[in-house]
Design a protein around this ligand. Structure first.
Ligand code: Q9C
Ligand code: ZN
Length: 454
């Protein structure tokens, strides 16, 4: 049934969700979806899950669109943009305008599966992939712009193929265009958004995103990823990579090392958020938060595409912590993750958090467990390196081995000590302050760090 032409559409200030079936058509020409884990069923399943659980009806669905070639060129080279942003049909038009040069000839490798692509992960469909990859970017841009403009509370972009491995002129690791990086550039250039925080919790390092903002102090990139001393894909993301030039200190790599025995899970991710991610993020004070929300660290993903055992519900809690930043302007963009149960569970948990629906609580065992020895070593190293740039992390160096419950108790004690000290010295201080006030303005006080509710 057609709705009357001038009936206004209702717009709610709620969580926006974007999804478009154009992205389903990016499929290897070999036709065998089993050999390619980054397949259309990933976003179809997430979309269905949000429908089935009734979460989608609490959200506002946003219409996507294909990003323009100009938008893509905020991050990628012209050659790369034309190579992956055009199909044989519209390429002919560009060709006749002599815009393409060598693009129309050679491009891809023949793959063992019978299809074509950059490599067996990063497959290409001559007919449909360019529309899909441009749609993934455009969907995220549309959603993030509405959140930045205050039309939506926050957002979740169900997009594929992922983007965080895509560099200026390199497609790799399933990625062609870096949706999160492009969206960040456009938010700054078109909407005058000042500081953007990008949190990347995909299990792989977002080499493309790091590259795009390496010298840029207006974009803080914080990645948590399996590193194993450079032995895990893509091999970049060392903790010493802190940014360059004016961007020094605005690149933070929580580079887990030590393999999967003992496993990395909720306790380790929550401890990283407690001691590194949230303190630095608050000090940076972003105007907008974008999350490269890959779910391949969720239990169910085996090595070499995973190996960690973070729970889906933990990602809901991490999302809720990020919502304390930037006035809540947080947009999640799907990156990796191929276990359908895991990515659906995690998407459900994150959208619940975005909607401020009550979350499934973390297990008490998680709250009482200490982070494993390799994780503590990783965080020690990150804090040692980043404390030169972020004074707030230093105070967490000594208590890294604590459980979340111990940390909570410790910080209550710390706060009590601080107030007791203040009380004891209040007489002396009042006299001092009175004297000082006559000479200089009163210094402002640092607010106490706030622990998230467990
Ligand atoms: N022989 C994402 O999760 N596999 N990308 C490399 C090397 C690459 C994962 C295998 C996996 C890329 C977005
Ligand atoms: Zn990944």
């Amino acid at each position: 049934m057609k709705s009357p032409p001038d009936q206004p559409t209702k717009h709610l200030f709620t969580t926006g969700v974007v999804y478009d079936t154009f992205m389903l058509k990016h499929q290897c020409m070999c036709g065998n979806t089993h050999v390619h884990p980054e397949h259309a069923g990933r976003i179809q399943s997430i979309w269905s899950r949000l429908q089935e659980t009734g979460l989608l009806s609490k959200c506002e669905r946003i219409r996507g669109r294909k990003a323009t070639l100009d938008e893509i060129q905020t991050v990628h080279s012209e050659y790369h943009t034309l190579l992956y942003g055009t199909s044989p049909l519209n390429r002919q038009k560009l060709d006749s305008k002599k815009l393409l040069g060598p693009i129309s000839q050679k491009m891809y490798a023949m793959l063992p599966c019978g299809g074509i692509g950059v490599d067996s992960d990063t497959v290409w469909n001559e007919m449909h992939s360019s529309s899909a990859v441009r749609m993934a970017v455009g969907c995220l841009v549309e959603l993030a712009f509405k959140v930045a403009a205050g039309e939506l509370k926050n957002g979740f972009a169900i997009i594929r193929p992922p983007g965080h491995h895509a560099e200026e002129s390199t497609a790799m690791g399933f990625c062609f265009f870096n949706s999160v990086a492009i969206t960040t550039k456009l938010l700054q250039q078109k909407l005058n958004v000042g500081k953007v925080l990008i949190v990347d919790w995909d299990i792989h390092h977002g080499n493309g995103t790091q590259q795009a903002f390496y010298n840029d102090p207006s974009v803080l990139y914080i990645s948590l990823h399996r590193y194993d001393n450079g032995n895990f894909f893509p091999g970049s993301g060392a903790p010493e990579e802190v940014g360059g030039g004016p961007g020094v200190g605005y690149n933070v790599n929580v580079a887990w090392t030590g393999g999967v025995d003992p496993p990395i899970g909720d306790v380790e991710y929550l401890t990283a958020f407690r001691t590194v991610v949230m303190p630095i993020a608050h000090e940076f004070s972003p105007d907008m938060v974008l999350v490269s929300a890959g779910f391949d660290a969720v239990e169910g993903h085996l090595s070499p595409l995973g190996g960690y055992s973070v729970t889906a519900r933990c990602f809901g809690h991490l999302t809720r912590q990020l919502m304390t930043l930037a006035g809540g302007r947080v947009v999640l963009a799907l990156e990796g993750g191929h276990d359908l149960t895991a990515i659906c569970d995690a998407s459900e948990a994150c959208v619940s958090a975005l909607l401020s629906v009550e979350l499934q609580p973390l297990d008490e065992t998680v709250l009482q467990q200490k982070p494993n020895i390799n994780a503590v070593a990783t965080l020690e190293k990150v804090i040692e390196i980043q404390s030169k740039h972020w004074s707030c992390v230093q105070r967490f160096a000594a208590g890294l081995g604590r459980s979340l419950r111990e940390a909570q108790a410790g910080e209550t004690e710390e706060a009590e000590t601080v107030s007791a000290m203040a009380l004891l010295s209040v007489g002396a201080e009042q006299a001092q302050a009175a004297a000082a006030r006559e000479h200089s303005p009163r210094p402002t006080e640092e607010p106490m760090e706030q622990e998230p509710a467990l």
